[in-house]
Each structure stands twice: as structure tokens, then as C-alpha cells.
Design a binder for this molecule. Structure first.
Ligand SMILES: Cc1cc2nc3c(=O)[nH]c(=O)nc-3n(C[C@H](O)[C@H](O)[C@H](O)COP(=O)(O)OP(=O)(O)OC[C@H]3O[C@@H](n4cnc5c(N)ncnc54)[C@H](O)[C@@H]3O)c2cc1C
Length: 575
């Protein structure tokens, strides 16, 4: 860990603190009358980036969050007297506007520069992560590596055609390596067989590697068009006090600009109304735009309309009132009982005693709340569309935190370790002291986070804290580098709905739902759980920014189409 000299992924111009400028959104607004009243559901990275950009563009923004703090899945929590993220949270983006957001309100001293170290633990040995051909084959031994090479050769000769994760990875690495390094971990994470998991997940997250490339790359590094070697990003910047520090600073900026936060408020309903003749009459310029939708002149007309009144658009479409049968009119909120809402995205939270749901009027609603729940709350949609939501699945995470005395354990220098050994139940282990010593808050002990994954109906999800802590202690000892005597404390944190599951065929279910949602004007869905996309933080921030641009009439693309490609985030040419 080194003090920050220069950020590894700095903003394009250090003095440019206004990302919206680069994107065409007005830098700030001194307008007395806001352009429109927006409700943003969720104060995670997507909701916050959208809210900030909307405020800069002159909208009045209220943010509703069921938890009692900002950051969503990327928040930092206090555990056993130390600070911890909900699992490893490394930020990287190639995009200036996303980096500018990340550095918003932060000084150079707030960040440290880290050289990533993460490995795979399998059968008591550490393997490089991402997999490196020679490293993996050498450590697996002669017999096993011969099997792997033969199985890869077979896959190269007879590639499988099914659009599944299993087929995709087996083709890329051979069935044998797939079984050793992908199957156990992926089935543990997703809770379904790899043959039922969509290949989209593999394409997004491990697109750039296969065994021959991994071996070839070790000998002849890939190069970009200027001849510079391409590498997976190894250096990253990390906020001293955890990832959530960034989002807390952004929230301060949002409040400074007049945005309002409503914590412990769950949005339980979305209200709509038919588009009226008055709506149509109020937007003549936009009508022209739709009539000439194919013309480039349409863009200008839509822009003009956006300047004069609330833009008529949603995730997919920009148009005029008469292209939408319905418009959003507001949200229904429920105040939560004290102590509730702590388990992220919890759909089992209780209402505060004596409170009833409250309807609030808004011109525009942006949701980063759980997609499935939000769609179900749109009672105006056909029953069959709302029923489709039952097919969308979310996976839960259980974080078990352990404090470990470094003098009684052989702790590793890794930021995180993927655990592929079948006899150990946890999937990933993070040592927060290796990210930033300031997270230790003056303690000697290292705080380790062990990740387990479960569905609502799995026994693991319903286990008591004591049972989960005992499981984590047993797993720690099985790693071989932590003794039982070294563990000084334990705590459990359950995260409800942390991963949207890309089951085979999920795209067609999603497409059927989004086609209906595109009929409602001024209703936007962004973010990881909010749009059912396996986003990292940078993808969610980008979606938030693009959504604000779309509302402001500056972005005409479809928000559904924003991708989460692996090489988009990981690969860059070395400077
Ligand atoms: C274990 C783990 C490790 C990760 N590691 C990384 C990493 O290394 N790098 C990386 O970039 N990303 C990582 N991520 C992903 C990252 O956390 C998410 O991409 C990011 O937080 C998504 O932001 P979001 O705003 O889209 O959604 P969220 O963070 O989920 O925020 C949504 C917010 O909406 C609120 N909400 C939900 N429903 C309602 C409702 N009805 N009413 C009011 N509020 C509601 C929630 O409480 C939440 O605060 C990781 C995630 C996990 C779980």
C-alpha cells in the first residue's frame, strides 16, 4: 500500500469537477424554477450519479432510500470496531465522466494507490488470478496438466454450441480446467448449474481470455495498435476509509445543490395516468419530432422540447406525449421501522408503527430499486407481464466478518482470494487491512470478510448468526493459514438480493417486460438490481449519468443497451 502520488485512473482534467460539462449537460443551474421534479429511488452508485447530474442540469431531486445511509451495495459499514465494504470493492473505469464522479469532492490524500493482488486457492495451492496458462498447468502437476491440455485440444476440435456458461468456458479453456477453476465457484455463486447459466455472464466477465491466449500472452504479450502491451489492470485507487467514502462525499454535494434525502423510506408503488390531450397540446415541438422520427431534424426538435418542458422519454424511447399511452405521476412510499432496512435491498422490512403508505407527486421517476419489485408495483401493467417478474431471480450474499490476530496467523498479502477448494464453503475472502490500514481504525487485528451465497429458500440463508460464524471459523482453519486461536471476533451481515442471476433465457424474459415498460413516459430503470444488469460500480455510475442526460434531452440512446463488457472495464494499454 502506498500513499497516493497520482491516481491510476484520474479524471481527464483534474480541475474539471463537473462531469456533466464533458457530456453536454449544463454545468450548474441557477434557475429559480426547476425543469421538473424528479424522484430517485435508491441511494447507491446509480441513484447518486443520476441525482447529482440532474441537479446540475436544473431539476429538483428527492432521493428515497430504504436504508439509513448512502452507497447501496458499495457502502462501507462499521464492523467489530473497523471499517469494511460489503466484499471486495475495486473501482476501475476508462471513462472520464465516471472517473470524475468517483473523484467528486475527494482530495488526492483521500485515496491510496494499490497494486492488485488476488489469487485462487485450490487444493492448498495459490494460482494466479486471472488464470495464467503456464502457472496453472505447472501447479496442477504433469498428469493433471496433460489432461487439461488434451481436454482443451478436444474442445478446440469439437466446440459446443449451446449458449450456456458451461459450454462457453469449456470451449475457451477445455472441460477439465473448467471443472477445476470455474464450475465449483460459479455454481456456488449463482446457485444454479453452469449448464443453466447464460453465456452472457462469461462473455461480460471473462471475454478476453482462453487457454491458448493465456499461454500465448505469457510468451508474447498482446499489443494495441500503437504496439503497447495490453494488460489486465493491476493498479487501482482506493479510498482510505472504504469505498463508501466516495458515495458519502457525493451525497454531501447533492445536499449542497439542494437535493433532498429521505432515508428509511421504501418505495412500494409507482403511480401512472393516461397521457391527456393537454399533455399533447403542451408539446407541439416534440410532436413534430415524432412525426419525423427517422430524420436527424428530429433530434433538434426533441432537444428544443426538452429545453421548454419535461422531456418525454424513458429507458428505451424518446418521443412526444402521443407516442406514450401512459405517463408516470409519482411514487408511494412507506416509512420503515427503526432498525429495519439494514439488510440491503430487503424486501421483508417492516413499516414504522402507526404509519401508512404516502403518495407523492413527481414529473419523472428514476428507479434503482429492485427491478422485479418495482415492475410488480406498476399495477397498470398487464398481469401476464407482472407475472413474468417471478422468473427473474436474485441471489443473496452473507458476509461473515472475522477479526484475526496477525501474530497468530500467516495472513496473505492479497486484497482478496477466490476459494475454489470444494471442502471450503466460502467463495471469496477479503482482507480489508490489505486495502487500507486506515480501515483498521487503530486496531492490530485484520478484519477478514468471508462471502457465502444463498437463495431465500436455502437453509444457509436462514441459519443463525452463531451457526454462520462457526462455519466461517471452520473455513478459516481449513485454508491452512489461520488458526482457531488467531480469531478474536466475528460478525454477520446479510445482503438480500445482491446479484441478478443470468439464467439461460433471461434476456427474452427481460425483453418482454421492458417492451411494456417502454409504454410509460418519464419512468427510468437504472443500476444493477434496478435494471437487472450484472453491473460493477462504474457501470451503475455510467447508467445514472446517461439517464440524467436522457432526461435532460442530451442522450438519445437506449439505457437498456448500456453494456457491462469485461474488456470495457479491465483491459487498457500500458502508458
Ligand atoms: C460482494 C460484492 C462485491 C462487489 N465487488 C465489486 C467490485 O470489486 N467492483 C465494482 O465496481 N463493483 C463491485 N460490486 C458491485 C457494486 O456493489 C454494484 O455494482 C453497485 O453497488 C451497484 O450500484 P447500484 O446503484 O446500481 O445499486 P445498489 O448499490 O444496489 O443500490 C440500490 C439502492 O436502492 C435501495 N433500494 C432498493 N429498493 C428500494 C426501494 N423499494 N425503496 C427505496 N430504496 C430502495 C437500496 O437500499 C440501495 O441502497 C460488488 C458487489 C457485491 C455484492
Amino acid at each position: 500500500m502506498t500513499p497516493m502520488q497520482a491516481p491510476a485512473n484520474p479524471p481527464a482534467q483534474q480541475d474539471q469537477t463537473v462531469p456533466g460539462q464533458a457530456l453536454g449537460i449544463a454545468s450548474d443551474s441557477s434557475q429559480a424554477t426547476p425543469k421538473g421534479k424528479v424522484a430517485v429511488i435508491g441511494a447507491g452508485p446509480a441513484g447518486l450519479s443520476c441525482a447529482l447530474e440532474l441537479l446540475k442540469a436544473g431539476y429538483a431531486v428527492d432521493i428515497f432510500e430504504l436504508d439509513e445511509r448512502v452507497g447501496g451495495l458499495a457502502r462501507t459499514v462499521e464492523v467489530l470496531g473497523q471499517k469494511a465494504d460489503l466484499g471486495s470493492h475495486r473501482f476501475f473505469s476508462k471513462l472520464d465522466e465516471v472517473n470524475n464522479f468517483w473523484h467528486q469532492g475527494m482530495s488526492a490524500d483521500d485515496f491510496i494507490v494499490e497494486q492488485r493482488l488476488s489469487r485462487i486457492l485450490y487444493n492448498g495451492k495459490f494460482f494466479d488470478y486471472p488464470l495464467k496458462g503456464f502457472d496453472a498447468l505447472f501447479k496442477l502437476g504433469l498428469v493433471e496438466s496433460t489432461r487439461c491440455v488434451l481436454s482443451y485440444a478436444y474442445a478446440a476440435l469439437f466446440p459446443r454450441q449451446e449458449p450456456t456458461f458451461e459450454a462457453w468456458v469449456s470451449n475457451a479453456f477445455g472441460k477439465r480446467l473448467y471443472e477445476i477453476f470455474f464450475k465449483t465457484y460459479s455454481e456456488r455463486l449463482w446457485g444454479i448449474k453452469c449448464s443453466e447459466l447464460s453465456d452472457q455472464f462469461a462473455k461480460q466477465r471473462i471475454k478476453t481470455l482462453n487457454l491458448s491466449k493465456a499461454i500465448l500472452n505469457a510468451v508474447l504479450p498482446q499489443r494495441n495498435k500503437d504496439g503497447k502491451p495490453l494488460t489486465l489492470i493491476d493498479e487501482f485507487v482506493y479510498p482510505r476509509l472504504g469505498c463508501g467514502m466516495v458515495y458519502e462525499r457525493v451525497a454531501q454535494e447533492i445536499e449542497r445543490r439542494g437535493g433532498r434525502f429521505f432515508f428509511k423510506q421504501q418505495v412500494v408503488g409507482l403511480t401512472t395516468a393516461p397521457v391527456t390531450a393537454a399533455d399533447k397540446a403542451a408539446h407541439p415541438a416534440a410532436d413534430t419530432a415524432v412525426d419525423a422520427a427517422a430524420d436527424t431534424a428530429a433530434d433538434t426538435a426533441v432537444d428544443t422540447a426538452a429545453d421548454t418542458a419535461v422531456t418525454w422519454a424513458n429507458n428505451g424511447v424518446m418521443g412526444a406525449p402521443h407516442s406514450f399511452p401512459l405517463k408516470i405521476t409519482g411514487i408511494v412510499t412507506q416509512e420503515l421501522a427503526s432498525g429495519q432496512g439494514n439488510g440491503m435491498s430487503n424486501t421483508e422490512v417492516a413499516a414504522a408503527p402507526g404509519t401508512t403508505p404516502q403518495t407523492r407527486a413527481y414529473d419523472i421517476v428514476v428507479s434503482s430499486g429492485i427491478f422485479r419489485e418495482m415492475v410488480r408495483s406498476l399495477t397498470v401493467l398487464p398481469d401476464k407481464v407482472r407475472a413474468l417478474c417471478s422468473q427473474l431471480r436474485f441471489r443473496n450474499t452473507i458476509m461473515v466478518y472475522l477479526t484475526v490476530d496477525p501474530d497468530k496467523a500467516k495472513l496473505c498479502p492479497d486484497h482478496w482470494i477466490y476459494v475454489h477448494s470444494p471442502e471450503i464453503k466460502m467463495g471469496r475472502m477479503t482482507d480489508f487491512a490489505n486495502w487500507s490500514h486506515d480501515m483498521q481504525q487503530g486496531q492490530r487485528e485484520h478484519l477478514l470478510g468471508f462471502e457465502y451465497w444463498a437463495n431465500d429458500d436455502e437453509e444457509l440463508w436462514r441459519q443463525s448468526d452463531a451457526a454462520l460464524m462457526a462455519q466461517a471459523r471452520a473455513d478459516a482453519v481449513k485454508t491452512g493459514f489461520i488458526t482457531a486461536a488467531a480469531i478474536t471476533g466475528a460478525a454477520v451481515h446479510r445482503i438480500h438480493m445482491s446479484y441478478p442471476v443470468y439464467f439461460n433465457g433471461y434476456e427474452s424474459v427481460l425483453a418482454a417486460i421492458t417492451r411494456e415498460l417502454d409504454k410509460v413516459a418519464n419512468l427510468y430503470f437504472i443500476g444493477r438490481n434496478g435494471s437487472y444488469k450484472y453491473n460493477n460500480m462504474d457501470h451503475s455510475v455510467l447508467m445514472g449519468i446517461f439517464c440524467a442526460q436522457k432526461i435532460a434531452g442530451q442522450y438519445h440512446g437506449s439505457l437498456w443497451a448500456i453494456n457491462t463488457d469485461s474488456d470495457y472495464q479491465e483491459i487498457k494499454a500500458q502508458a
